[in-house]
Design a protein around this ligand. Sequence first.
Ligand SMILES: NC(=O)c1ccc[n+]([C@@H]2O[C@H](COP(=O)([O-])OP(=O)(O)OC[C@H]3O[C@@H](n4cnc5c(N)ncnc54)[C@H](O)[C@@H]3O)[C@@H](O)[C@H]2O)c1
Length: 391
Amino acid sequence: MVRVAILGQGYVGTIFAWGLARLKKGLLEPWGVPLARVDFGVPVESLEIVASFDVDAAKVGRSLYEIARGYGLEPEPELKEVAVSPGLKLGSTPSFIKTAALDDGRPLEDALARFRELLDDARPDVLIDVTTTVRSRPLFTWEEAERRVAEGSLPHSQVYAYLALERSGVAYVNAQPAHVACSPAFVERAAEVGSLVLGDDGATGATPLTVDIAEHLAERNRRVLSVAQFNIGGNTDFLSLTEPERNLAKEETKSGFLEDVLGYEPPHFIRPTGYLEPLGDRKFVAMHIQWVSFGGFVDELVVNMRINDSPALAGYLVDLARLAYASLRAGVYGTVPEINLFYMKRPGPLGTRHKAKMLAYRDLLSFVERLRESRGLPAREAVTRARTSNP
Ligand SMILES: NC(=O)c1ccc[n+]([C@@H]2O[C@H](COP(=O)([O-])OP(=O)(O)OC[C@H]3O[C@@H](n4cnc5c(N)ncnc54)[C@H](O)[C@@H]3O)[C@@H](O)[C@H]2O)c1
């Protein structure tokens, strides 16, 4: 059994828990889980959610069952078994959330100690961070992290990663934009203590499509003149992105690929641009790219999409939890660029060059073959299997 803890029981975290329960009962086809059919020794059935943390007073103390119902999802009885525990709000939780956090009215040191106790009780193998977007800077040494945790000057995701990495044999999957897998302090610490960090910021909606289109144009030696890409959504993630610092965090992870894939940085505008409540979770995405073709002629591509935002990431999380655990078990510590490059917007470790997701997919499958070998599973062509065995 793989013990999974969710940090941030929002829409992504809840669709993940709910979808996992349904997948395990065969009530859901695994569409949207990229490696659903690839066996590397950690089946979906082995994932068990053992803990959940949030700071929202409307969620803390309630079961995942009640929370799923609140989101209008068909209730799954298994979700009654896990209740949301209070997390740490620190200085980075959005002001629109009414909190019931461990550090509400309690000295930080005590709140940290209480969180450590909760982790001791839950004993997670994998922690998945899907808390509200937060902006951060990379941390370079463990001592710096230690000092800044104690003085309360780090955003919540970096504090959670620090507390997780006080332990050995755990994986921290950071699906939001804070620098975790892109903080050398965390990657080095994880390597030292036999743990793992994956991240940062899941690449789900327009980002993987844009990076693959950029690769297509680069391979054909077309000169990109400009890239515009924006998203408008009506979920609380988009509401939080109306705060300028959080929006900048997203902009940074969304536009980093251009130079690496094209070899130059064309003028671009790539960021979430607004909150429009009636759109709900199904965000509106628009993309415009123009480029110079042979003879100086200018072509254009225009894409419009409506994308169910949170399910896209929730499907990835099923893979990420399995891959994180399989890597730990194979003795792969620190971080795994092959996983990050495929699933993440700003792949760790810091300084990793982006590449098109369709190229990263090949490298991911080669890595998975190595995981299979480490389990003594017969080497097979994972590429073929991953693509042909979906129903
Ligand atoms: N496709 C996607 O939806 C997608 C893609 C990439 C990344 N992400 C990231 O996933 C994260 C979650 O997205 P979402 O749509 O579920 O948002 P959400 O607003 O529904 O959920 C975020 C949850 O985090 C909780 N939270 C806030 N501060 C916290 C803290 N200090 N400790 C514990 N919990 C805290 C909130 O109360 C909320 O329940 C965001 O950071 C987003 O950037 C989402």
